[in-house]
Design a protein around this ligand. Structure first.
Ligand SMILES: [Zn+2]
Length: 466
């Protein structure tokens, strides 16, 4: 089962064979000037799942993200708030890191701040000027898109069709409205700037990424990811900069774009006021629900956010929790015996279906489907498992779900509840049904339902009301 990844650039599936060299992956990180919303969270969770899978499957991975800490939006927001752009960026970077922790996004090896790569940025710009791809004006340095014949190939755009949309171009010094800034000459009151051969200024947004990746990953690497909204012009500009600077093609082996989060089929955005922050989501629901929502759609499709999607995710997680609870009861009251070939076989079949789905361009809905088929395959036969089988199945499932960053805590009932169960058993044996019912009511009050099974009473945690 070789890994194939759909490459947005070619529209084809690229083959990734396992090799001794770890894969190098870069994903566009945040511009730190405000709260993380569900659209960002989807991108972060998606690549975190893929990174977890690649490592578990033995591919080896170095995962890099940038942090845009110098940008027009940061400067504008800092002016509004009367603080320095650096102070604003550090504040929101801290907020972002705390958010990633809450989301269990743990697989990034390195975050690189743009402001720490000014030397590399300037060096790349110098090369682009020397090779004739960039020119200087009074306002800064610009990339000349007409010089790079492949410009537009990622987004498949006919530039002459795009150009009229740029008619109202405030910068008349540019040769073409599509030319983009590599270096912006700035005024002192922006509060952030560096010396350069082209005057005091700061980098354009696109050049940050290629300067960082050229330094840390090299001129060519394996996977470049990001949200679909970054395809044009951001990723298009990255290809132009890096391929022009190095003369090497392709810049990356596969471009991966994560679909947008939509609400009633409209893009989630601040201007449409259908915007949901991660903080607000997590006030109401668990991170597991959010991660389940993300994996339930293929990463290239839009994810339509709705209350019913939240409920579906919650129900799916309950199914897993219930099954694990049954395994817990089997671990205590089940029979002795080794792990049978039937159980080993079922796990191997599930493992294979899971890997096949993930290696086919990370088909997470299909991969999670394999886990649910495995669980649903048990039904009442779960009570016939041995204690050893229960333990093996449990650890198999926890390991597979951890690829998605899902965590299931043991739902073992506290000793006080287990004591009530024994009280009820004794009452039942002595046919004191009133006492047995009273014990059952107390068990329910403690948040559990008691179910009689072939191996004795099983405690099921009742859903916590929210
Ligand atoms: Zn980027």
């Amino acid at each position: 089962m070789p890994l194939v990844i759909h490459n947005t650039l070619t529209g084809k599936d690229e083959l990734f064979k396992k090799s001794k060299k770890p894969l190098k992956m870069f994903v566009c990180g945040p511009t730190v000037y405000g709260q993380v919303h569900i659209g960002h969270a989807r991108v972060e969770i998606t690549f975190d799942m893929f990174a977890r899978y690649l490592r578990e499957a033995g591919y080896g991975l170095f995962y890099l993200q940038n942090i845009t800490d110098v940008d027009d939006k940061i400067i504008a927001r800092a002016k509004e708030e009367g603080i320095s752009p650096v102070a604003l960026a550090r504040h929101w970077e801290k907020d972002y890191m705390a958010c990633m922790k809450d989301l269990r996004v743990t697989s990034v090896d390195r975050w690189a701040r743009a402001s720490a790569f000014i030397k590399e940025i300037q060096e790349q710009i110098l090369r682009l000027i020397a090779k004739g791809y960039a020119y200087e004006t009074e306002n800064g340095v610009y990339f000349e898109v007409r010089k790079f014949v492949d410009y537009g190939k990622l987004s498949g755009q006919d530039l002459d069709a795009v150009r009229p949309h740029y008619r109202i171009e405030p910068d008349t010094l540019k040769k073409d409205p599509l030319d983009f800034a590599l270096w912006k000459r700035t005024s002192k009151d922006d509060g952030i700037s560096w010396k350069s051969p082209w005057g005091e200024g700061r980098p354009g947004w696109h050049i940050e990424d290629t300067a960082i990746t050229e330094k840390l990953l090299g001129q060519q690497y394996d996977i470049h990811g990001g949200g679909l909204d970054l395809k044009f012009p951001h990723h298009e500009a990255e290809i132009a900069q890096q391929e022009a600077a190095s003369g090497k093609k392709p810049f990356v082996r596969a471009w991966m774009h994560v679909g947008l989060v939509t609400v009633k089929d409209e893009k989630m955005s601040k201007s449409l006021k259908n915007f949901l922050t991660v903080e607000d989501f997590l006030k109401k629901y668990s991170v597991d629900i959010l991660r389940f929502m993300v994996l339930s759609a293929h990463y290239r499709s839009p994810l339509n956010y709705s209350e019913s999607l939240v409920e579906q995710s919650r129900a799916a997680l309950s199914t897993v929790n219930e099954f694990l609870g049954k395994l817990d009861s089997v671990a205590v009251s089940g029979r002795a015996g080794a792990v049978s070939r039937a159980v080993t076989g079922a796990m191997a079949k599930c493992e294979k279906a899971f890997a096949t789905a993930m290696e086919a361009d990370f088909n997470t809905p299909q991969a999670v489907g394999a886990l649910f088929s495995f669980i649903n395959g048990y039904g009442a036969s779960v009570w016939t498992l041995t204690r050893a089988e229960s333990a093996a199945v449990r650890s198999f499932l926890l390991k597979k779900f951890s690829v998605f960053g899902l965590v299931f805590k043991s739902s073992a009932a506290p000793a006080s509840v287990r004591a009530l169960v024994r009280k009820r058993e004794i009452a039942r044996i002595s046919k004191d049904f009133a006492a047995a019912d009273a014990a059952r009511a107390e068990i329910a009050k403690a948040g559990y339902a008691v179910e009689d099974t072939p191996i004795g009473p099983h405690l099921k945690a009742l859903e916590a009301k929210e």
